[in-house]
Ligand binder design. Sequence first.
Ligand code: WT7
Length: 638
Amino acid sequence: MSNYHIKHLEEYYQVYRKSIREPENFWEEVAEEHFMWQKKWEKVLSWDFTKPEVKWFEGAQLNITENCIDRHLATRGNKTAILFEPNDPNEEAQHITYKELSERVNKFANVLKNQGIGKGDRVCIYLPMIPELAISVLACARIGAIHSVVFAGFSSTALSTRINDSECKMVITSDGSFRGAKTIDLKGIVDEALKDTPCVQTVLVAKRIDSIIHMESDRDKWLQPLLDDASSDCKAEVMNAEDPLFILYTSGSTGMPKGMVHTTGGYMVYTAYTFKNVFQYREDDIYWCTADIGWITGHSYIVYGPLANGATTVMFEGVPSYPDFGRFWEIVEKHKINQFYTAPTAIRALAKQGSELVEKYDLSSLKTLGSVGEPINEEAWHWYNDNIGKKKSPIVDTWWQTETGGIMITPIPFVTPTKPTYATLPFIGIQPALMDENGQEIRGNQVDGRLCIKFPWPSMARTIWGNHQRYRDTYFSAFENKYFTGDGALRDEVGYYRITGRVDDVIIVSGHNLGTAPIEDAVNEHPAVAESAIVGFPHDVKGNALYGYVILKDTGESRDHNNLRKEINQIITEHIGPIAKLDKIQFTQGLPKTRSGKIMRRILRKIACNDTTNLGDTSTLLNPEVVQSIIDGTKNSN
Ligand code: WT7
């Protein structure tokens, strides 16, 4: 019997040790007992981090939708699979049962096929948080098409870059979306994006806001009539365990986002197993993750992990502030949520509103609280623990990444004693290592270093779409034979991990991973800008906010700085999306550079944080005099 459901600390240690000593036996047992395979594997694991190449369950055949849907039909056919809570609290919630989900996914899958989509084709999904989003994801998986979901807050430029990178044949979108009191013209954004995407043949349009939109003849098709005509029976495509399931883009250190490729078998096993344990999900629980399916959190812990366990998973279309800041708690009461999984930035924003809006609602159904996306600070942790969990629901601070596919370092509720701001212990099968600058592993406790993982786990990304070399350079070259996460971490006296933050050029703003390079590229598009450098500085709600240092071209004319600030942020909104807007922009004559011409972000970061007492040695800079002028200029940043 594999220990599919861990119930106490001793068991955790015991299972953990087994998963490290005999990883293949361990994962084989989990895979064998809890999933449906059309054909068993020939080899559980083969790996080589120097290439890097990782294969789990090689030779096995399966379809993940049979595991997420079909196998539940006999016992859970009338159980709610997806509970959809609309943006408008007066619109009725939808309870989509496993049986209905099966019909809707099969119909959708047939629509895809009828439109010429087949195994291995890429389909871009650009939808708001409506049921069609989860259903289209599953429909792709049903026929073996590779889905690439792009978060519907991304701009048209960001969308077209992603569509072209993976050469998507189809885009699935909607006429628009509701977001609080606003509506957003999604189809307009898609039309703009598709001006320059020769690979796209078809656009399927779901109706959500009933707006009048442009439909390009021969290219754009309303989804509903096609669904009405489609059969609700679609045989699941036979997939190899290592066939790609999806691509999901994450930002990196160059302007080009990285299309992380996740494969089928290992991803299914790991997301399902972590879901069961990290949330201690029991059969009739109602589970709610507030993330958007446009991010990895939504892929793994709204769609695949919960459905693979036959769970009821909530999809919320709206925002935490609409109609007021009590909305989350209203939903918890209304649907009697048992597990609630959200981000520190949301917690901080809600904590700011005080506790009256919380006290109005009955939160007694809650058993487990989760946090993800960035380090959760002490204050937010206590507010969450005291006001939402009433000190009786453990907080699972889950550390992981788009690249890792599933949760990597986390407490197991009611099993691992929690500690504020600590993600605590590695999950089963995960072997973290802290590394020093010389590439040596730091052993023992009460140490800190760069966080690496030294052994493969089933849900790790296998490559970057179309660029395996970049995959290798980014994750497997900094430390020999190890996956480098880009994060720093410390390990305390009992071996608990605390993630201290990124050690590369990625800044986490409101839980969103933003690379500095793509933002700088966007800023530099402004005709008046010569050069720019972006750094993060602490923000009480967003965790980090963005500070831009901008050098203007010397044209001899004077320019209105406030107008320029607006224009620069407008360009960022167009190129990336509003999440990447700069909170502060300082115009400066120069940027501190090393002799090899690299911008010294460390200094800029300190200045942005108003911490100029210890800037370190600036004498080796190419232009040390520029530092003081930047410090003097901070009073003019806005
Ligand atoms: C980066 C990955 C994984 C889902 C959402 C983000 C940071 C994530 C935590 C946490 C401290 C965290 C890391 C990581 N991060 N969770 N619990 N504590 N930091 O996915 O966009 O790929 O971002 O988010 O810096 O590397 P992502």
